[in-house]
Write a protein that binds this ligand. Structure first.
Ligand SMILES: [Zn+2]
Length: 359
């Protein structure tokens, strides 16, 4: 599902090769990719004699890893340089400085905050950490908000996918968040999401509280990792994978009106166990459209990870001013929390505005 490469083209996510204990997994992924590429090159070179192919494969892998490692070291050095020189304070940026793992976007550093070590900011989503490695004070460094810039790699990941040129939401209004969460195995994992800057602080506070409460969340990756044809298809694929996500410039399900996800005002949590359910004349339609999700449409039969009004996520989100889709009349969207802070529907696009009950 996730793009992996070991060339040093600009699109390479440097975090894949971060040589820290905490991102060892990403490094190993890069190494595997390098092995794979070396193997493919070997197959392409039909003229190789016995033994020479194996040697070539080993050299190709070594060369690939050298390039990847050199690229990682160069971007982290560049990042440190930029970070030390940046001073623009932004109340909507917390612990940030660049786009999480991206080294070239240091313009939004909050100068009042202690600089966060780059080995924390560069941790890729999906990294498993040992929470015994850091104390309570350090923990907050793992919850950051950063600006998104056209010359940065987060923009490269979302442009033409969850983000497109439009009259409704600008890049300046969005923030890239890094959070920690407890996955279903109880491990501490790094997550990423994009929300409107108006709710960035609240969102970080909610996810920090959920982490401290060991609230289980399956996974948190950008919806762009699930991109196929359009926002609706990506949303469906993300939901089927039980992925928690937020920003997605798309319309509401069964409508041509913008979703609150399109403005970064909505977050879908553990969507497989908390599906979108619409009552139809002849039954129910459920999103994601799978048998497993359909089994969770029955909210009388409460099981682990299902959200209700006593659920910790419900309590945290609503305490921070979010509303819950589980309280809508029809459809009911049990995964959906939204907060339209500062949103003026009158000034939104002419083709319809995000409003209440916008999945
Ligand atoms: Zn939603």
């Amino acid at each position: 599902m996730f793009a992996r490469t070991c060339s040093n083209a600009p699109s390479v996510p440097a975090e894949r090769f971060a040589l820290t204990n905490r991102s060892r997994e990403g490094y190993d992924e890069g190494k595997r990719e390098c092995r794979l590429r070396a193997g493919q090159k070997e197959e392409e070179d039909d003229g190789e004699q016995d033994g020479a192919g194996e040697w070539f494969s080993a050299r190709a892998e070594e060369s690939c890893m050298k390039k990847a490692t050199a690229f990682f070291l160069s971007v982290t050095a560049f990042a440190a340089l930029l970070f030390s020189g940046a001073a623009a304070a932004d109340p909507f940026v917390r612990n940030g400085g660049w786009e999480g793992s991206c080294a070239a976007d240091a313009s939004d550093t909050d100068s009042a905050a202690e600089p966060v070590p780059e080995e924390i900011l560069t941790l890729p989503a999906g990294t498993i950490l040992d929470s015994a490695d850091f104390g309570k004070e350090e923990e907050s460094q793992y919850f950051s908000a950063s600006g998104i810039h056209e010359d940065g790699c987060i923009f490269q990941r979302i442009n033409g996918k969850s983000y497109r040129q439009n009259d409704d939401i600008s890049l300046e209004d969005l923030r890239y968040l890094k959070v920690l969460f407890r996955n279903f195995e109880g491990e501490t994992e790094v997550g990423e999401m994009i929300v409107n800057r108006a709710i960035a602080d609240d969102t970080l506070d909610v996810f920090h509280a959920l982490y401290d409460a060991s609230y289980p969340i399956r996974k948190i990756h950008l919806v762009d990792e699930y991109w196929k044809t359009d926002g609706a298809a990506a949303d469906e694929a993300s939901m089927e994978d039980d992925n928690t996500s937020a920003f997605n410039y798309r319309t509401m399900t069964n409508s041509d009106k913008l979703s609150n996800h399109a403005l970064g005002y909505a977050i879908d949590l553990n969507p497989l166990e908390n599906p979108y359910v619409r009552q139809e004349d002849d039954g129910f339609s459920v999103s994601p459209d799978t048998a497993e999700a359909r089994s969770y449409a029955d909210r009388q039969n409460m099981r682990p990870y299902m959200i209700d009004s006593r659920d910790k996520a419900y309590l945290e989100f609503t305490a921070h001013g979010f509303t819950w889709g589980g309280y809508w009349s029809n459809p009911k969207d049990y995964q959906h929390f939204e907060k339209s802070a500062g949103h003026d529907p009158e000034n939104a696009s002419g083709r319809g505005t995000a409003s209440a009950e916008s999945d």
